[in-house]
Design a protein around this ligand. Sequence first.
Ligand code: AMP
Ligand code: MG
Length: 412
Amino acid sequence: MTTARPATKPLKSLDDALTELLGHAVALTGTERVSSFDADGRVLAQDLVSGLQVPPQDNSSMDGYAVRCADLADPAKALPVSQRIPAGASGRALAAMTVARIFTGAPIPPGADAVVMQEDCEVQADGSVRINVAPKPGQWIRRAGEDVLRGAVVLSKGERLTPASLGLAASIGMNKLAVARRPRVALFSTGDELVMPGDVPPEQMKPGAIYNSNRFFLKALLTRLGCEVTDRGIVPDRLDATLAALQAAAQSHDLILTSGGVSVGEEDHIKPAVQSLGSLDLWQIAIKPGKPFAYGRVANAHFIGLPGNPVSSFVTFLLLVRPFLLRLQGVADVAPKSIAVDAHFTWARADKRREFLRVKRNATGGLDLFANQSSGVLTSAVWGDGLVDNPSGCSIAPGDRVRFISFSELLA
Ligand code: AMP
Ligand code: MG
């Protein structure tokens, strides 16, 4: 006799999962003003409008001499130096038939219309200067406002701050920035097999025990994304313990993030616990690695359950949790970007699921594949410097153009 198998939900596509997840990611209310020195990676909460133009005046981009081009009709004639303008000073109008000694960053004196670099000049015994190469009008002058115009929006609300943008903000006089508040995230690992490194030395590990690796990379990933992380450690595989941990975390966090226990084995207590305290959607996403994924709510907190296998946990964090956390902070454009790169490897096993293969760029601009793509092999994520986004049902031959997502994009 055959028993009817329970109907299985069709797998959800990654794009649908991301759209649905982002639908829940309502931007957090609350902003804070922080020193620019502490704002790298934070998300700007208001437009930054410039109160001045940058550079403030026309200035020299060379050490040399400011001249009037019209005075240089006779190339043999040396002209006297009528003034000296170092950076930080401001000169007077340039007297006719004279030149001004000028240094990089110093304002161009009124009347001058070009700078000649000192390498093209010859200082005479009497101190006058002969210009050996006729300048073009405007040469070596950086124009006022060529970087930023007064009133321009230099950085927009919802932009993630980078080292360069902090410099740009400083160039218009800003040293404190309004940013979205940090998402408060409670992090749990589940699994009775887990042992914290440091608690038990390798030679004393019991059979079946493994070290908790997810906790370390998840905490680091959350911190990079600007989160305030409460690390709640390992929750035992018991319903009462899981309920208590979730309930306590929901009070004071925007997101509860767990790893492991989201499959449907009887040791997986996340599902019933979240369901009894709030609501849960268990998704089977059509990607590899990373099929099991859960989104739900516990009281007012978001809940996301990541798979336990380390690479699955890592990849689903990058593809789903990262965009979610950025959106909570008000970032609009959160989807990871891929570029076309040549595969220098063979991937013969086309899979029904869309795959994210750990690869590394090689010296000739192509991609090499890590040999073992198992979802438990964390070495692949360390060796690799990105993921190939391989559509379902596709094999790869050397020379094929594939979509590559760099870790420098995903880990920033
Ligand atoms: P689970 O999703 O709980 O069934 O776990 C799937 C696999 O991932 C099992 O082999 C677990 O031992 C492993 N795993 C779960 N959590 C962790 C963790 N925090 N660190 C390392 N491996 C884990
Ligand atoms: Mg488990």
